[in-house]
Write a protein that binds this ligand. Structure first.
Ligand code: BTN
Length: 257
């Protein structure tokens, strides 16, 4: 394929909006999507004042150091398959961060990006549906790039890390952003051209969760067992001590051993 055709075909990041400060790039992008923004629009902010994490948590988003980015996708997809978009983003970002930083980044189910059991990045997917279909999805990506240990609040200092802390070097954010957008373009394409199997297999290769003794908390309920696999929709299959296999949609996972 020649270059002109290639760039005309590319979607991710063709429309890129860069902001100094925003409440949340996800909220901003959901609003843009409602107004008809194009498939593949990317919003990046230098800082967020109300960054959102999974399960209603806050994502600490100081200026000048990290990546806060949201990608708008308009897939033709059933809502029940929506987790595949998060799986796709986790695979893409994990591979990009490995390539760009050299760190052994791994995925903790469902979509935490980890280095040596500490969280280096997270993904929050928000969707709007029409009937049984996804109308649009916003994939929010937060990567701790150049944060120093003291930039993290005391309660997460032991469980969070950054590329700078791990490599002892500053990393340019634009290079990492470009690598992640390239990988998203690649794996989003693979998902729709070749189906879910190659994507799920790549996730299995990059995860540190499968085969481990884990504890999963869903709401007020905690279950412990062995993380056996993920199914075709990206749900965790947890084998309980009784032998029963529990299918888990979303939750907080802790690796025990
Ligand atoms: C998690 O809790 O692991 C998910 C964190 C996702 C944070 C990113 S930063 C960019 C985007 N905008 C938000 O408000 N949240 C996501």
């Amino acid at each position: 394929m020649d270059k002109v055709t290639e760039s005309a075909k590319r979607k991710t990041g063709r429309h890129l909006i860069s902001l100094a400060t925003v409440a949340s790039t996800n909220t901003f992008t959901m609003e843009l999507a409602d107004k008809g923004a194009a498939d593949g629009t990317v919003v990046i902010a230098d800082a967020q004042t109300r960054g959102k994490g999974r399960l209603g948590r806050t994502w600490i988003s100081p200026p000048g150091v990290n990546i806060y980015m949201s990608v708008l996708l308009r897939p033709v997809m059933l809502l029940k398959d929506g987790t595949l978009l998060t799986i796709m983003a986790a695979v893409a970002c994990c591979r990009a961060l490995r390539d760009a930083s050299g760190l052994p980044v791994a995925i903790r189910w469902p979509n935490d990006l980890m280095v040596a059991d500490k969280k280096i990045g997270g993904i929050l997917t928000e969707t709007k549906s029409r009937g049984k279909r996804i109308f649009f999805a916003v994939i929010g990506i937060g990567i701790n790039v150049n944060s120093a240990r003291e930039d993290f609040p005391p309660d997460v200092r032991e469980t969070a890390t950054s590329i700078k802390i791990e490599t002892e070097a500053e990393h340019p954010r634009p290079t990492l952003i470009a690598c992640m957008l390239d990988e998203i373009e690649l794996w989003y394409g693979i998902l729709f051209e070749r189906g879910r199997k190659p994507l799920l297999d790549e996730w299995r290769k990059l995860t540190s969760t499968l085969g481990r003794d884990v504890k999963v908390t869903v709401g007020k309920k905690t279950s412990a067992g062995v993380a056996e696999d993920i199914d075709d929709e990206g749900m965790l299959l947890l084998k309980l001590p009784t032998g029963r296999v529990m299918r888990i949609t979303a939750g907080d996972l802790m690796i025990l051993r």
